[in-house]
Write a new protein. Structure first.
Length: 560
């Protein structure tokens, strides 16, 4: 038996072992020196950062900028404490950058320097954003018109071996979500694979699965462009970046949390067009619309919208603001965070780390002599009391609460310490809402309700006292499970189902004497405003949505 010695293979293995040992040594050294360490062989390098330093200086100093977000600049060096590196950092700081120095290896520096030859093929982007040309994004949006098209495009780029494929995958993933009107992207690692899902019309849809090594590169890229720390893996982090499409900036909120197998990523897409709805486009019943227009026109009072996260409260509040906004009116908002920017309105964002809370922001806003104030959410006693006092002293206040129904707003505020005797003087309307998917007009299917369904629909219709709001119980429609080229599994878009309680003498007496949800709801029956179940069933009978979709969101069984 002859044993052959492969010297070339042995050299490659020896070189690989030396590189691995160097990376481990540098990681320990960085920890001892209390400076961050970076391995650029597995982390993307930002071309915009590279442009801040020429290739000759990077090579001679063994120092290179590798990530940029806004004015935050990451600089990797083989010797961060050297005078040369300090001088480079000083020059970059003089240009207004906030510098973070990283310790790195020769292999990482060589990789970064090799990327200089790619610069001539890349378009310079705005700091803190992914810049795609109008032609490129238009092409992607035209191409990615369905989930299969998005899946195929991402798959083809994941299998590509080019060095910039991860950046391209992020662009396609985000562009696909924008094209399909997805509200967020979920990237979730499991033990042996990683899953991408889009939330379309409020429901998560599987896109594809891919491997863990690619995920770690994708995670690093998203952290870099979102302004997160690369070396923190056991804490939750939040960041943001924007995608510029023609003249529109679409902001992406990134959230990373540690999980069982790796960090889980959610990208929330804040597309300005998603909150561009006016009050008459929300799906409000005619009677409720008339009441809201009257109450919004008042110079003071409080209008509350309630519901869980994702029920469309923010869209409703912005519709209120659009309705009342005019050049003669001063409007101030206190939000956490500011999700969409509205021209002509003063918007402020809370910052709990610096002690700027809703309560402090609201107190400061009142001193600015506004006509209208929007408080993103009432969470505590102090905010509740200041908001109520503002509504009692000549301001129109819009805000939200986390309660299940409109009646629950009153006991919730009393629990927060608001005096029930002044509460009903402040609140003019308490609303509750949910979002349901709309049937695709192109492929929805007619359906004869079963005897049980017909009985339930008739009971709910009979509970409506105002005859003018009733709809005949006849045929209904259902989603085509296969869908079509214009929809997602038979649904396209969402609409709200609403209920509201107006403050009148009966409500005032009940809130003071017995502020339970059941008693408040009973006292409001004579107002003739639909509750969410009734509003939803009318939308079912009109063919706007399906009974199964409504049942997913609200209880369609009539309560005794």
């Amino acid at each position: 038996m002859v044993i052959q010695f492969d010297e070339d293979k042995q050299k490659i293995q020896y070189q690989k072992l030396r590189e691995e040992e160097e990376e481990k040594f540098l990681e320990i050294a960085a920890s001892n020196q209390q400076i961050p360490y970076i391995d650029l062989s597995i982390h993307p390098i930002d071309n915009d950062a590279l442009r801040l330093m020429d290739e000759k200086e990077a090579t001679s100093s063994q120092t290179v900028p590798f990530t940029i977000t806004g004015k935050k600049l990451g600089v990797a060096s083989r010797n961060p404490s050297s005078e040369t590196t300090k001088a480079i950092a000083g020059k970059l700081q003089a240009k207004g950058f906030i510098i973070t120095l990283y310790l790195t290896s020769k292999k990482s520096i060589d990789k970064a320097i090799s990327k200089y030859k790619e610069l001539s093929f890349s378009a310079e982007s705005l700091e803190g954003s992914i810049e795609m040309s109008p032609e490129a994004i238009a092409s992607l949006i035209n191409e990615l018109t369905s989930l299969p098209a998005v899946i195929e495009k991402i798959k083809s780029n994941l299998s590509d071996k080019k060095s910039y494929r991860i950046s391209r995958v992020v662009e396609i993933m985000v562009a696909g979500a924008i094209a399909l009107d997805a509200s967020d992207i979920h990237i979730e690692p499991e033990e042996t694979y990683v899953r991408i899902r889009y939330r379309l019309d409020g429901v998560l849809n599987n896109i594809l699965e891919f491997d863990l090594p690619t995920f770690h590169q994708l995670l690093a890229r998203i952290k870099l462009i979102s302004g997160m720390k690369l070396n923190i893996k056991d804490e939750a982090q939040d960041g943001r970046f924007s995608v510029k499409i023609k003249d529109t900036d679409i902001e992406i909120r990134a959230s990373v949390i540690p999980g069982a197998y790796s960090e889980s990523i959610v990208l929330r897409i804040l597309n300005p067009k998603s909150i561009s709805l006016t009050l008459d486009k929300l799906g409000l019943s005619e009677k409720l619309m008339t009441s809201l227009n009257r109450e919004i026109g008042r110079p003071n009072g409080m209008i509350l919208t309630t519901g869980p996260t994702g029920s469309g409260k923010t869209t409703t509040l912005y519709a209120f603001l659009r309705q009342v906004h005019n050049p003669e009116t001063k409007i101030i908002t206190i939000e956490d965070p500011i999700e969409y920017h509205l021209p002509g309105i003063v918007q402020t964002q809370t910052d709990t780390d610096r002690g700027y809370t809703f309560a402090l922001g609201l107190r400061a806003a009142v001193r600015q002599d506004p006509d209208i104030i929007m408080v993103g959410e009432i969470r505590d006693n102090e905010t509740a009391e200041v908001a109520v006092n503002a509504a009692l002293t000549g301001h129109l206040v819009f805000s939200t609460l986390h309660t299940n129904n409109a009646a629950g707003a009153f006991p919730r505020l009393i629990d927060l310490g608001v005096n029930p005797k002044v509460l009903t003087s402040a609140i003019t309307v308490s609303m509750a809402q949910r979002l349901i998917r709309k049937l695709c007009e192109n492929c929805k299917q007619e359906k004869i309700p079963t005897p049980a369904e017909r009985s339930s629909l008739e009971k709910i219709m009979s509970s409506i006292k105002d005859e003018s709001q009733k709809a005949p119980v006849g045929k209904i429609f259902d989603a085509n499970p296969k869908g079509c080229e214009k929809c997602h599994n038979g649904y396209k878009g969402r609409i709200g189902v609403y209920e509201a309680i107006l403050t009148d003498e009966k409500i005032e007496q009940v809130v003071i004497a017995n502020p339970s949800e059941r008693e408040i709801k009973k006292a409001a029956e004579d107002q003739g405003i639909l509750d969410m179940t009734q509003d939803g069933v009318i939308k079912v009978l009109k063919g706007v949505t399906s009974l199964s979709e409504l049942s997913r969101v609200v209880n369609v069984n009539l309560e005794p």
